[in-house]
Design a protein around this ligand. Structure first.
Ligand code: KG4
Ligand code: ZN
Length: 424
């Protein structure tokens, strides 16, 4: 039996394959980001499916190859210290990649995500599992994001239950109380979510409003450093909180939803659409639209709409911004961050969480990391973020989330289908 789980992720606009050991060691994690969507200002589902279809085999081939090299390199080290070690038998001279026999299972994202995009990953994962004769494991994408943090934490959260898991991505903004059951399977209870836009969506929409390329989150992060945030500019939306105590029982049709979200829960919901509207009003009030439209064209003409906001590209882009716009960007980011910090720490305190895990694309935001870390230190609560590489969508987190399921024998049916609205 092999010792690696092959993870496959294709829920949105990244095609990814990864090989991960039970202890969380990542032997390879290959991510192909789809650039075709940049000029549309958002992900186009039909294009996403086609791009996944084109990328899935090369990406997996590359991951197998890299993992094969990683195993070989380690084997040489192992040979020196433990010549009798037979873990890696049969790998001699294998630089072409891994073999099916190295796989313990294939894990794939079941949802939530785009139906057509998920379908590509699921179909491919089924085929590989079938050919390799190993089990298929279905993973919830949101659980994957949470495991992106756990897999790197080296047991730092062991025995710290319950944990508060904060998932802030382009499609989702959720707060979960997480703990392990007797089988070692993770259980999650949703204690807060956005009532309108997801956090990353807010970053992306505001970025679009200001003539920045898609996805806008990284651009806002980079540009905000060059502006001065005005705390008074945008009020942070009040978290809607149901009082504890007697709440009239309401009928929940969906049994799964009822189980995950008890009616009597105090909730720590968030809202981002008011903030987005406030930015739009500010732009209109100050007559900034012509400058924004001109900047959008200028960035595009300079080819900056398809680059990451780093180094020379960022320096070149900065030339197109005035102080007022940079301050506006900084003020928006500051308000969005305060919004998340308030909900997360409100929930952590209320539920007595002993640790906090922040994940999803927005967890890459430098201001969010700084604010959350500072608050956690003040409140003496253990906190962790994934490395930047594991913050955005990737297959390593899917494989990592699959390991406890593998151990508990929770395998997917041969009839597994995408579940675009899958809940956690
Ligand atoms: O988790 P992810 O890769 O995909 C989803 O599952 O949605 O998250 C992508 C989101 C995008 O909205 C992107 O703008 C945002 O994460 N994002 C950021 C940063 N990096 C990515 N938002 C704010 N600051 C960042 N540094
Ligand atoms: Zn994601």
């Amino acid at each position: 039996q092999g010792r690696l789980i092959l993870g496959i992720e294709s829920s949105c606009d990244e095609t990814s394959a990864a090989l991960v050991r039970q202890d969380g060691t990542v032997l390879a994690n290959v991510v192909a980001s789809q650039l075709v969507h940049a000029s549309y200002g958002g992900v186009v589902p039909e294009l996403a499916s086609r791009e996944h279809l084109r990328a899935i085999v090369p990406v997996t081939r590359e991951a197998m190859h890299l993992a094969g090299e990683a195993v070989l390199a380690e084997k040489q080290v192992l040979r020196r210290v433990a010549p009798q070690d037979d873990n890696l038998q049969g790998q001699d001279g294998d630089l072409q990649g891994l073999k099916y026999s190295d796989l313990a299972a294939v894990a794939v994202t079941e949802g939530p995500g785009l139906a057509g995009a998920l379908l590509v990953g699921i179909t491919f994962a089924k085929s590989v599992a079938f050919a390799a004769g190993v089990p298929l494991i279905a993973v919830n994408h949101l659980e994957g994001h949470i495991h992106a943090v756990l897999m790197e934490s080296a047991g730092a959260f062991e025995g710290k239950a319950p944990l508060l898991a904060v998932v802030v991505s382009g499609g989702h903004t959720h707060l979960y109380l997480a703990s392990k059951d007797v089988q070692g399977l993770w259980r999650y209870r949703n204690v807060g979510r956005t009532v309108d836009d997801a956090a990353g969506e807010a970053f992306d929409k505001v970025a679009k409003l200001l003539g920045l390329p898609y996805p806008g989150g990284p651009w806002i992060d980079a540009l905000a450093r060059h502006g001065v945030a005005d705390r008074e500019l945008f009020a942070v939306a009040q978290i809607k909180q149901k009082a504890t105590g007697h709440v009239a029982p309401k009928l929940v049709k969906d049994a799964a939803a009822r189980e995950q979200e008890p009616d009597d829960a105090t909730r720590f919901d968030l809202s981002f659409s008011g903030l987005k509207t406030a930015v739009r009003r500010y732009v209109e009030l100050h007559g900034m639209q012509p400058a924004i439209a001109a900047r959008f064209e200028a960035l595009k003409a300079a080819g900056l709409d398809k680059t990451k906001p780093r180094g020379e590209a960022l320096a070149a882009a900065l030339g197109h911004f005035d102080a007022a716009t940079l301050n506006l960007i900084a003020s928006f980011q500051d308000a969005a961050v305060r919004n998340i910090v308030r909900a997360a720490f409100g929930a952590a305190e209320h539920f007595g969480a002993h640790g906090m895990l922040i994940s999803g694309g927005v967890a890459a935001n430098s201001a969010l990391r700084a604010a959350m870390s500072a608050r956690a230190e003040k409140q003496r609560i253990a906190i962790a973020f994934p490395s930047i590489a594991l913050s955005t969508d990737n297959a390593a987190m899917i494989a990592a989330a699959a390991w406890p399921k593998f151990v508990a024998g929770r395998f997917a049916e041969d009839t597994l289908e995408p579940t675009p609205q899958l809940r956690l």
